[in-house]
Write a protein that binds this ligand. Sequence first.
Ligand SMILES: [Zn+2]
Length: 449
Amino acid sequence: MEQENAVRRFRDAIRIKTDWPRGAGEGDREAEAPLRRFQDFLAESYPSFHRATERRVLSPYSVLYRWPGIGPGTEAPVLVLAHYDVVPVEKEKWTCDPFGAELKDGFVYGRGTQDMKGILVALLEAAEELARRGFRPRRDIWFAFGGDEERTGITGAMRSAGWFREKGLRFSWVLDEGSSVVLNQIPGVEKPLALFSIEEKGFLSLELSAAQKPGHASKPPRVQAAAVLARALLRLSRRPFPCRLISTVESFYSRLSLLASGVPALTMGHPRLLGPLFFSLFATGPQAEAMFRTTLAMTQLAGSSADNVMPSEVRAVINLRLLRPRTVDGAIEFVKRAIGDERVSVKIYGMGNDPVPPNPEHTRLSGPGWKEMESAVNRVFPDAEVLPFIMTATTDSRHYRDLAGGIFRFSPFKLSPADSGGVHGHDERLSLDNFFRAISFYTALFESL
Ligand SMILES: [Zn+2]
């Protein structure tokens, strides 16, 4: 019965359409209404949790909770993050209603089931039940839920972080969504791997443009802006950022080598000895390469709006994910040098941010929160091996980098490669098994705090 109610609340959460309408701006009441409704939904659905905590709504994009600890107050608080906005859908490509929360073959289908209402609801189910039983944590647990993570986090997480900064609050560690328990993703490794992403790559979009005199397409100049820009893009694709072994990835492979056998075990365990050979052995696909270098994706390309008009400017946008120690400034320098053509202008597009390095103790499988996180995993995923990992996408947690002794980006789901396909894609779904596992994970975790 309790499980049934939890599933009902999960499905209700999916049905609140918190995707952001294209082109809407902050303060747009119609666009913000579902975000407010979601905040109300939490208050209505989790009464014991709301009685046990102090709630502060900063805006439709941000709601904070403090679950006061009963301990002597010597332990720094812990912060748990989640977001309730979701990415838009291409409705015609779904086989079901993306906001219908259909229950089929043991899965709930819908936008946000994995990313990340499934997590947000699971952690509140856990907290609600504990609060109902009168449980109180030793130390303060804070929660910060954001409503614009899928855009920038500027209005949600960034302002929440500012609020904590203003109050002089610091956290022992922070937990946000991230990598999960993965199955069969590395050849030769049979055990499920619980991946704690302890660091996060940086983010940077650049706009490249080349200008020319506009005019009639019947009288084109000999050197055209599109060709100049194309040459720049070609040069970038021929000169990738160099591979580099950072401490988190080195630790990941050396732990992994203990689980593998034969040649892979030997090679994984000695990346420094192998030097460049290591990268040619393991940088075999986009996923692995993203761990070894700053990546560059060419995402947008535009010229004239008519087929018979010369454009005054052609532009391309490239999106980079920065691997430590490459910074925003360093990456811009690298791109300019690789292009080597002053006719191409290179400008920051939107907001960039540097990589978020790990707490070095976390690369050694210790440090703030490691024990608590690991024992919660052991209780729920007893056959899984915990490994440090790197988040190649961005999360809200980057806005809290200066407020925490360490950050874990972990989603307590057990996923095969096929299971993760729907995140930001079509037919996103979460199995009820995973939903219940997540509740157990947060129950174990909160009990230990
Ligand atoms: Zn997310």
